[in-house]
Design a protein around this ligand. Structure first.
Ligand code: ADP
Ligand code: MG
Length: 700
């Protein structure tokens, strides 16, 4: 592969606009474009033509099967492959793909989490083609991106609310643009570029760690003697094995139309990052799911394993997925671009304060949007954003908002007069924001970077919530401004009011500090430390009203989502507890006993030798291990006891609380003693690879 070939291979496995334009009859092409714009559903006749053309194209690309590709609440994608073959006569087969197979699929929903929706509705589930995300060929199958819903239309997946939120956002944002006299824009689309962090380790060490295999994170392991202190990995030269993997991955992604753009080493040893060029939140979300799948499968081909867990190694930096969110118009404008004409700045300011108000009023939803058992280990740890939500705007915007609120003149470097109005804002230089790495929600020039998203998350969730909460504020603003007799005066007042009422969410200091935790509390900001603390807020009245008003989720669907997320949390922690017990019994205990008995034999041997050999070292080590092993044993008993009682809680919330307060705490204790013993035990007596072995497993 060289640079010249990239444009040639880019998107070759995608049934994209170019392919459709070339292959579809004009009428069918126009129909599909209208369907993509949400203007009009596809007719049967057009769908029939499209299915047939799509099938021929897919077969040319080597496909024998097709699958509806969907994103159930399990967090990973689901697929069921059917071949194109149909019976022809008695003993022949032909390749067929009907309009029905393209547009709608039926699948048994009972094996996917529904959070109670199933109790009242049929188990049948439907997948419905999402024409706004292109179909593609992968591993001999035609993949058709679909939404997944129940018999009566309830969303059972992550894509449906995302699509609904994009529609809601479009509607409200257009109202605002019209108020500013903009009649040209027909469509407003929230966009996202998700920077994906991951670890890459050697397969041979991975296979010896049951915790990594079962849970994606280590449940035991003392910190390595060389960690990330030297800061020599971030942006460091990429090892040749990793580089070969990255090249292969880029190529696969490009063929699938994913704009993989940036790759580099991250902070921790064996940690890396991949960032694509941003697209619409729907496409970006599908592409990120694909990226995660390919990270794993390409790694496998290279004898490597890609870890997407948020915190695979305690005391080592975890992995996130910075969610760079902004808003594009179909006329190519970024509505969060500060711009250089005063008119645009007033509009920018309105969108800016809409985001500020949204984040302040829906802190709980944003926290929920990233809440998983895995991400709890990362949020609040010293290298990751805290669980407290705040916004960093950068010095210049901070100053501007302050001057607007106080009515004082804004004095930038180039002294400029500032009133809000439509007329007099100074141009804001592009690099008006410095970086604040500790902020969970930072304005970075012309987009917001939501940094709390976990590395394994499906970004559909944070993005449907972001779209929803900002859409709601735009609605409130539009209502007020549409009714105003003096638009400029009302706009002025609205921006001022919003800054005054929501400035508590702005914070530019160190988010990792203890002082901030205190100050945030005084400001009345939420600090929902764990998933279990956050999830019950999902069903709060204001949140139900928000989602119902914009037809993004019904109350039923919200309840079901909360239940699924709670259940998922408990299941993860329960599996971790069982795995920890298994490792403690079958690997750590034999290693401890084996080493102790080796030392005791040595002591006896020296004692018998009668030449006065010192036994101090052996005795010291035996004594230390004996004392720790006793504590370890008690802690393990407690973990076993509490794990056995896992099923005694009745509700999902109670069960999740039990996991947080008992199982996780018990596991921490067992781990503490195990890790303290690990450093005392001879290398040959341990069966599993240490942190050192894992983190430096890819050597060249
Ligand atoms: P930074 O250096 O601030 O992290 P980059 O330019 O490297 O910024 O971009 C990081 C990510 O943000 C990339 O995935 C990029 O495509 C994305 N991004 C840039 N502009 C936008 C935008 N307008 N909307 C959404 N994402 C964007
Ligand atoms: Mg970034």
């Amino acid at each position: 592969m060289n640079g010249k070939n990239i444009p040639e291979i880019f998107g070759t496995n995608v049934f994209n606009d170019k392919v459709m334009r070339e292959r579809l009859p004009k009428e069918a092409y126009d129909a599909v474009k209208r369907a993509m714009a949400g203007a009009e559903p596809l007719s049967h006749d057009h769908a029939k033509v499209i299915a047939s053309v799509m099938k021929d194209w897919a077969i040319e690309k080597g496909a024998t099967h097709f699958t509806h590709w969907f994103q159930p609440m399990t967090g990973i994608t689901a697929e069921k492959h059917d071949s194109f073959i149909e019976k022809f006569g008695e003993c022949e087969a032909i390749m067929k793909f009907s309009e029905k197979s393209l547009v709608k699929g039926e699948s048994d929903a009972s094996s996917f989490p529904s959070g109670g929706l199933r109790a009242t509705f049929e188990a049948r589930g439907y997948t419905a083609w999402d024409p706004t995300s292109y179909a593609f060929v992968k591993d001999g199958s035609l993949y058709i991106p679909t939404a997944f819903c129940s018999y009566s239309g309830e969303a059972l997946d992550k894509k449906t609310p995302l699509l609904r939120s994009m529609e809601a956002f479009n509607k409200q944002a257009l109202r605002i643009l019209r108020l500013f006299g903009n009649d040209k824009v027909k469509k407003v689309t929230p966009t996202v570029g998700a920077e994906q962090e991951y670890f890459l380790i050697d397969k041979s060490v991975y296979e010896k760690r049951l915790d990594l295999v079962h849970c994606g994170r280590t449940l035991f392991g003392a910190p390595p003697s060389k960690g990330q202190e030297l800061e020599d990995h971030y942006y460091g030269a990429i090892k040749s094995k990793v580089s070969a993997f990255m090249k292969d991955l880029d190529e696969e992604l490009w063929k699938l139309g994913v704009y993989a753009k940036t790759k580099h080493n991250e902070v921790a040893p064996s940690q890396h990052e991949l960032a694509p060029i941003f697209t619409s939140t729907n496409t970006a979300s599908d592409h990120n799911q694909l990226t995660m799948e390919l990270l794993k499968s390409v790694a496998n081909r290279h004898g490597l394993v890609c870890l997407l867990h948020e915190k695979p190694f305690a005391s080592v930096s975890g992995s996130g997925k910075h969610n760079n969110w902004s808003v594009s118009t179909d006329t190519g404008e970024n509505l969060l671009e500060p711009g250089d004409t005063p008119n645009k700045n007033a509009q920018f300011l309105l969108f800016l304060v809409a985001v500020i108000k949204a984040v302040d009023e829906y802190q709980d939803l944003l926290r929920i949007s990233v809440a998983t058992a895995g991400n709890d280990h990362r949020l609040g740890a010293s290298e990751a954003p805290p669980a407290i939500i705040s916004i960093y705007l950068g010095e210049e915007l901070d100053e501007i908002l302050r001057s607007i609120e106080s009515g004082e003149e804004y004095s930038a470097k180039q002294k400029t007069e500032l009133k809000i109005g439509v007329s007099v804002l100074p141009p804001i230089p592009k690099d008006s924001t410095d970086r604040n790495r500790t902020s969970p929600f930072a304005f970075t020039g012309n987009k917001f970077e939501f940094r709390m998203v976990g590395s394994s998350a499906n970004i559909a969730c944070p993005n449907f919530i972001l779209n929803a909460i900002v859409a709601e504020e735009l609605r409130v603003f539009a209502d007020r401004l549409e009714g105003a007799t003096d638009f400029n005066a009302e706009l002025d007042l609205l921006i001022k009011d919003t800054i005054r009422n929501h400035k508590r969410i702005l914070f530019s200091g160190n988010n990792y500090s203890k002082e901030w935790e205190k100050e945030a509390k005084e400001r009345g900001l939420l600090n929902l430390k764990t998933t279990v603390d956050a999830l019950p807020h999902y069903t709060e009245r204001k949140n139900v009203e928000l989602f119902e008003r914009h037809k993004i989720l019904s109350e039923n669907e919200i309840h079901s989502r909360m239940e699924i997320l709670l259940e998922n949390y408990s299941n993860i922690v329960h599996i971790e507890a069982l795995t920890a017990i298994d490792i403690a019994r079958k690997e750590i205990t034999p290693a401890v006993i084996g080493y102790q008995s080796f030392l005791l034999k040595e002591i006896n041997y020296k004692k018998r030798s009668k030449i006065g050999l010192s036994r101090v070292l052996e005795r010291e080590v035996v004594r230390k291990i004996a004392s720790l092993s006793e504590k370890f044993s008690y802690a393990l008993d407690r973990l076993i006891h509490d794990t056995n009682n896992f099923n005694s809680s009745t509700s999902n919330l109670e069960k999740a609380k039990y996991c947080k307060d008992k199982l996780l705490v018990d596991m921490e204790k067992v781990r503490k003693y195990a890790d303290e013993m690990e450093v005392l035990i001879g290398r040959d007596f341990s069966t599993f690879p240490t942190y050192e072995d894992i983190l430096y497993s890819v050597k060249y």
